[in-house]
Ligand binder design. Sequence first.
Ligand code: GDP
Length: 282
Amino acid sequence: MTIQWYPGHMAKARRQVVEKLKLIDVVIEIVDARIPVSSRNPMVDELTSHKPRLVLLNKADLADPSITKEWVAYFEKENWATLIIDAQRGKGIKDVPLKVMEQAKPLLDKFRSKGINPRAIRAMILGIPNVGKSTVINRLANKRITNIGDKPGVTKRQQWIKVGKEMELLDTPGILWPKFEDQDVGFRLAITGAIKEEIFDFQETMVFLLSYLKDEYPNLLKERYDLTELTEDVVDLFDAIGKRRGCLVPGGHVDYDRVAEIVFRDFRQGKLGNISLERPNK
Ligand code: GDP
């Protein structure tokens, strides 16, 4: 579900996250493995600086595996534990509680040194809309938790989900808004479906994607649309794909909106192949 963000919304979402953080020991931040920086609100660093953190690179099934590895190194350099997961298929999920407990070790040691019996470690999921927060919560709960509040305005009594013997997870995620002041960040969010593409010009977003694919993944583009050569000019590329796919309007012109729809859908369903739209230090 896509949320429209307004200043009032943002302030409220931030307040809710701050409130929830008071209850928890370890933050589990979910990002989209295809756009690990564009799919996070940098505010999360400021809000959670005093908590141990686990970063989940989700939707790894759609991302470029070699670049995902570069991202793991990038986040680990920040001293954050990192896991590569595919929440839809449940891959990597079983390691989440282990990593959370690892992150909680200093706290557990503190309990022990004071002679206190360690209690369950409390964690919460945090991320922008559509990164897979509900999917991860359901996986960790091992059942379908209905009515996961995905609206920043909706308050619901919070409950703890037991994950194994030692960990408890807040059943509602913390939601932060994506930050798309930088136009390229906005394009990446629109392409991956994190924000409504209507927020951005459809064809401009497509030009961004096609130019990127032409430079970084030329062979995937050629294979998918049966193109022998990729033209320098992106408009010519639109034309070539449109002709291949029969996206023509009367008069023989290419219907660019239809071409864009097809390419976006192919990208989101992974039909173009494993593609990352962002790499560290780029
Ligand atoms: P939330 O808004 O952060 O709670 O996101 P959801 O859990 O509702 O997931 C948003 C969309 O992403 C849904 O269509 C999920 O099926 C899909 N999704 C979640 N995790 C994965 C994943 O690892 N791989 C893929 N391909 N899709 C995923």
